[in-house]
Write a protein that binds this ligand. Structure first.
Ligand code: UDP
Ligand code: MG
Length: 317
């Protein structure tokens, strides 16, 4: 019987210091999982340090297992993953961070469930070493998001997961530019199973996410999942207008019965400012979606590949 092949997909941006650990972990994968053929596909997402040189070194050292894809610039992790999906030819793939915060010891359990027929075996964080604030904001975020959409969302999971060929093919068809890949895994469905793992601390380098990027990811999460915010702004508009209408009647009656002189600078200011705020917010929400439409209608390719295993690519996906 032919052995099944699994690709470990490793996006990397300025990760030159992670490669010793990577080599150690991948050696462990090969040692502990001899029943499969392994490929380690590293995607260089426009790093400005020696990440590419390290990839070339590994590929030359062991071309059977290590391959690399060099993107033409830094596109962000989501697009780097997408590029990776297009180049995975195996029966399954496992997505991991190249900083090796994801422990390779979970892999045997993942493949076990895969063999049992699960298509998407996702790793779920047992305890997170992130700060209290980051932990709780992410918790609240997922709760709200789940309320607004019918697609079931897996909590405390990220990109660390094993995906069967059928999921890879499905993901390859979702070509949107502004991606929230976590949402896409849920959206495509298929048989899912969670396994628990303990997230490790980053050993080298630093986290590549700035606050603004996290915010962008969060907003994208909402706007690529659901149009509920548009509806919320409609409802909010209705509620505010209705309240304003009631207040109008109140003022009318007050003036007619008691004949109060007009004295209302503070009320007018508060009302104008409040309504102005609500309007700006609603316009902003519409803008978010409109911006998405704009980006998608440009219909640009999502990424360009500079080279694959050292060969320059003229082919564009
Ligand atoms: N990454 C990437 N492109 C980017 C930013 C990050 O390919 O523009 C990769 C990075 O090299 C790492 C993974 O995405 O392998 C996760 O990034 P990081 O460790 O910085 O995120 P965190 O673990 O803090 O969520
Ligand atoms: Mg990390």
């Amino acid at each position: 019987m032919n052995r099944k092949k699994i690709t470990i997909l490793l996006p990397a941006y300025n990760e030159e210091s992670s490669f010793d650990e990577l080599e150690r972990c991948m050696a462990q994968v090969l040692r502990e999982n001899p029943d499969y053929d392994w490929e380690f596909l590293m995607v260089n997402d426009g790093s400005r340090d020696n990440t590419l040189q390290q990839m070339i070194r590994l590929h030359n050292q062991d071309p059977q297992h290590y391959s690399y894809l060099n993107l033409s610039r830094n596109y962000g992790k989501e697009i780097a993953l997408m590029a990776g999906f297009d180049y995975v030819k195996s029966d399954a793939m496992i997505i991991m961070d190249i900083d090796m915060q994801h422990p390779v010891d979970v892999i045997p359990e993942m493949t076990k469930y895969w063999e049992e027929g699960y298509d998407d075996v996702y790793a779920q964080r047992k305890s997170s070493k992130e700060s209290w604030l980051k932990r709780n904001t992410s918790k609240a975020y997922y709760r709200v998001l789940q309320r607004l959409t019918r697609v079931p969302i897996q909590k405390d999971t990220g990109d660390f997961r094993l995906l069967d060929r059928s999921c890879i093919e499905a993901l390859k068809q979702l070509r949107e530019t502004e991606r929230n890949t976590k949402g896409l895994y849920s959206w495509i469905g298929f048989k899912k199973k969670g396994v628990l793992y303990e997230q490790k601390e980053r050993l080298f380098g630093e986290s590549k996410w700035s606050f603004m990027q996290l915010l962008e990811l969060a907003i994208n999460g909402f706007s690529s999942y659901t149009v509920a915010p548009l509806r919320i702004s409609t409802v909010l508009g209705l509620v505010v207008s209705f309240a304003a209408f009631l207040y109008l009647i109140f003022i009318l009656v007050q003036t007619l019965i008691w004949g109060d002189p007009v004295a209302g600078y503070p009320t007018i200011m508060v009302t104008i400012l409040f309504l102005g705020g609500v309007q700006l917010l609603s316009i902003g929400i519409i803008g978010e979606y409109l911006g998405k439409v704009f980006m998608e209608t440009k219909n640009r390719p999502n990424y360009f590949v500079e080279s694959y295993n050292g060969e320059r690519c003229s082919e564009i996906k």
